[in-house]
Design a protein around this ligand. Structure first.
Ligand code: FMN
Length: 335
């Protein structure tokens, strides 16, 4: 029998737990539309890092969500902001930059314990967050981005493999995670993409990560803000049920393969650059799938780890079962 004093448990308490002030090395990913106050608070209470995704909130709504999490838990939590580099011009690009500015302002003003940069470099926001006593994490899909984040002084680099749901790079996690660990050491690395159970957590630690950043697994929970049909579809599909397409946002994004993704095959030239495609297509398609439940004709971001997810269960149970399984795996490996 495993007890708290045994090595398996000790090795699962990592420097990420100390840095972020969390019990378990599990972070719930920022997920547009899906990751709101209820999910974030539930994960915090379960011992992980719960995260609100700023996108699809107005700045005022984001402030309310932050306060809602604070009312529900005294544990640390994060706010994830898409700092995507906008290379296009026009009113959509301006609108996106305004949105990012609003989310950053609120997150800094509210001194959320952790600010996470999805999709881009937070630049001077990192230093400003540190001045306010906050921690900063940032996602990357290759070693160059990881080095840029480390040079910018972020506390944790999240190495997100190609398996991941949502915006994703080209490099598989099995290669990316140790490559990023080597490149940014001693900066801590969290592993993302394809992790949905205790085996994935142990594998991530074996690759040198100090914890995991999990998205898709947490969609299939009652606390995730999404239509039941979307959660059910994640349980139904297998590891081949997703596809990477630019159709939703203008950038490569992994979605459930459906009539929406198929309708864009062969007409990729019609896809507008990020973020114009979001305003033209992605926003409506996201609401269609995630709020109205038309998963076949909407944009339903999801990772390959859907092939490992067979049951919808509360976020607390997800966290506890991952920890129990990880300990059992470690005990087996260490005899
Ligand atoms: C529905 C969905 C929405 C996402 N939206 C965001 C987002 O707003 N910001 C962000 O940094 N990452 C976003 N991602 C990526 C996640 O942060 C995370 O890296 C990814 O889910 C990890 O892979 P996994 O889904 O295999 O666990 C999203 C992922 C999904 C599945």
């Amino acid at each position: 029998m495993l007890t708290n004093a045994m090595p398996a448990r000790l090795s699962l308490h990592t420097p990420l737990c100390d840095l972020l002030g969390i019990r378990y090395p599990i972070c719930q990913a920022g997920m547009g539309f899906v990751a709101r106050a209820d999910l974030a608070a539930a994960v915090c209470e379960a011992g992980g890092l719960g995260v609100i995704a700023a996108v699809y909130h107005t700045p005022d709504q984001l402030r309310k969500a932050i306060r809602q999490v604070r009312d529900a838990t005294d544990k640390p939590f994060g706010v994830d902001i898409l700092f995507a580099a906008v290379r296009s011009t026009g009113k959509e690009a301006e609108q996106f930059s305004d949105d990012v500015g609003g989310w950053v302002e609120v997150t800094l003003e509210e001194r959320a314990p952790v600010l996470i940069a999805g999709l881009g470099n937070p630049g001077p926001v990192t230093a400003e967050a540190h001045r306010r006593g906050m921690k900063v994490m940032a996602l990357c899909g290759n070693v160059k981005q990881a080095k840029d984040h480390a040079a910018n002084g972020v506390d944790v680099v999240i190495a997100q493999g190609h398996e991941a749901g949502g915006h994703t790079g080209r490099v598989a996690g099995l290669v990316l995670i140790p490559a990023v660990v080597d490149a940014v050491s001693p900066t801590l690395v969290a592993a993302a993409g394809g992790i949905a159970d205790g085996r994935g957590l142990v594998a991530a630690l074996a690759l040198g990560a100090a914890g995991v950043w999990m998205g898709t697994r947490f969609i299939a929970t009652p606390e995730a803000y999404s239509h039941q049909n979307y959660k059910d579809r994640i349980v139904q599909i297998d590891e081949e049920g997703t596809v990477v397409t630019r159709a939703a946002t203008g950038k490569p994004c992994r979605l459930i393969r459906n009539a929406f993704t198929k309708s864009w095959e062969g007409r990729e030239h019609e896809i507008q650059p990020f973020p114009a495609q979001i305003y033209a297509v992605g926003r409506e398609a996201t609401i269609r799938a995630r709020e109205l439940g038309d998963v076949e004709h909407g944009s339903a971001a999801c990772g390959q780890s859907a092939g490992l997810i067979h049951v919808i269960k509360p976020a607390r149970q997800v966290v506890e079962e991952i920890m129990a399984e990880a300990e059992a795996v470690l005990a087996r490996l260490t005899g």
